[in-house]
Design a protein around this ligand. Structure first.
Ligand SMILES: [Zn+2]
Length: 442
């Protein structure tokens, strides 16, 4: 067992402040001011307040930016600021959605929606993304039409002392600062409360701050260039906004289809369950996500078959409850009793593993059992699952036959088999292994 597994790994308090970035320290400061018991990030109520704090800050500041930019864009006829205002409108939408989904995700499940309503946020973000793409797209069309009507780019007549320069320039400088503050606060809060919505909104704010820098630079540059480059920048900004809309749609669509949780969550979960002495092994892990904060997990756990059933039952109940309390993952544990210290079972398991690995070292063997025929001491039955890598799935029958032959060649007993075949997607732990190996190879 590694030293990390003794503490709740997802939101461990002891690991606080060890590798905290600037954003986390900034978020801690804000949390200290506005959230009661802000250190208790294991509590759903506290995590909910982290969510509210982040999305409210985003909502208020984006509303300010949107209003300032849209007013400026009309007074000074600046297409760029209108394009960027549309961008902020999408951020307002995302913050409202984050706010609503924090509320909804915390609402208990109902009869119609036994897994809660947290997946609502994916549908919400789809709608917002579609709206933004339409708005930004029409901004591109408008700007191009205007440019053609006025006969291309106009010579610039920038007067740095006139309000038509310094007001929009000041607005964009504030926008840079506010967007950076959103980035630091939201990603920091997201790290503390493990919220995907906050993290996505925070990362988007970092990109927006870069857009604001480009716009401020273009306002400055119009004078030395001698041409009014506002329409060009406006088209560029609108296209970027379209792209971010498309990436929101892609993420939401993939979340609706059902994605695997991050490796970090899978590893924390496995490490957490493995720390219990009852758990001798772990396999066939499945996780289903509902929204960004509700995860249901199903896992098989190997336990000592000689333990009394009631002891196992009590301990498994305890593990399930503690996992939900500490990691927020609702868990169902299936028990696989295994015989410990039975030389015959051990020997035949070794035979099967050896036979399988001879074909491909990536074949895993799960749920191994050995049964004796009560009428004939020379007949045994081996029951197990073979988990095949993808490239072997088409050769399933061949693999089974080879494993049977090899195992039979090791013994003079009459061996019968009952073999189930699965692929590696049936077990997130194997997918995690594949991923870690790929990382090591890089
Ligand atoms: Zn099993």
């Amino acid at each position: 067992m590694d030293s990390d597994s003794s503490q709740p790994p997802l939101c461990g308090k002891d690991s606080r402040r060890r590798r905290d970035g600037l954003n986390v320290r900034f978020a801690d400061l804000a949390a200290k001011l506005f959230i009661k018991n802000y250190r208790d990030t294991n509590s759903p109520a506290v995590r909910k307040r982290y969510g509210y704090l982040g999305s409210l800050y985003g909502l208020v500041t984006n509303l300010l930016l949107f209003t300032a930019k849209i007013i400026c864009s009309f007074i000074f006829a600046l297409e760029t600021l209108r394009a960027d205002a549309i961008n902020n409108a999408s951020d307002i939408g995302m913050c409202v959605l984050a706010l609503v989904s924090v509320f909804i995700a915390s609402r208990p499940a109902s009869k119609q929606h036994p897994y809660g309503s947290a997946r609502f946020e994916y549908i919400g973000s789809l709608v917002i993304a579609l709206l933004i793409i339409v708005l930004a797209g029409s901004q591109v069309v408008d700007t191009v039409t205007d440019m053609i009507a006025s006969g291309g780019l106009q010579p610039a007549s920038v007067d740095f002392a006139s309000p038509s320069f310094y007001v929009p320039f000041a607005v964009m400088c504030c926008s840079i600062l506010i967007k950076l503050s959103q980035y630091f606060l939201l990603t920091g809060l997201a790290k503390r409360s493990t919220s995907m919505t906050l993290e996505a909104t925070g990362k988007d704010a970092r990109n927006d701050s870069i857009v604001s820098m480009v716009i401020a630079a273009s306002l400055l540059l119009s004078a030395p260039i001698g041409w009014d480059i506002d329409p060009i920048t406006a088209i560029g900004v609108s296209l970027l906004v379209c792209l971010s809309g498309i990436s929101i749609i892609r993420e939401a669509a993939s979340a609706i289809l059902g994605t695997t949780p991050s490796n970090r969550i899978i590893k924390s979960f496995a490490d957490y369950i493995r720390q219990y002495p009852l758990v001798l092994g772990l396999h066939d892990l499945e996780m289903h996500t509902y929204g960004s904060s509700v995860i249901h997990a199903y896992v098989h756990v190997d336990v000592d078959a000689s333990l009394p059933l009631m002891t196992i039952r009590d301990e498994v109940d305890h593990i399930e409850k503690e996992t939900e309390r500490n990691l927020g993952i609702r868990t169902v544990i299936h028990i696989d009793p295994i015989l410990i210290g039975d030389p015959e079972t051990d020997r035949f398991r070794e035979y099967v593993i050896e036979a399988a690995q001879e074909i491909d070292p990536d074949i895993a063997v799960n749920d191994f059992r050995l049964l004796h025929n009560p009428d004939d001491a020379h007949r045994i039955l081996l029951i197990f699952d073979l988990i095949l890598p993808y490239d072997l799935l088409s050769k399933e029958k061949e693999v089974i036959e080879r494993v049977k032959e090899t195992v039979k060649s090791f013994t003079n007993l009459t061996v019968n088999f009952s073999i189930d075949v699965d692929d590696r997607t049936s077990d997130l732990l194997l997918l995690l292994e594949d991923d870690q190996r790929r990382h090591e190879e890089l």
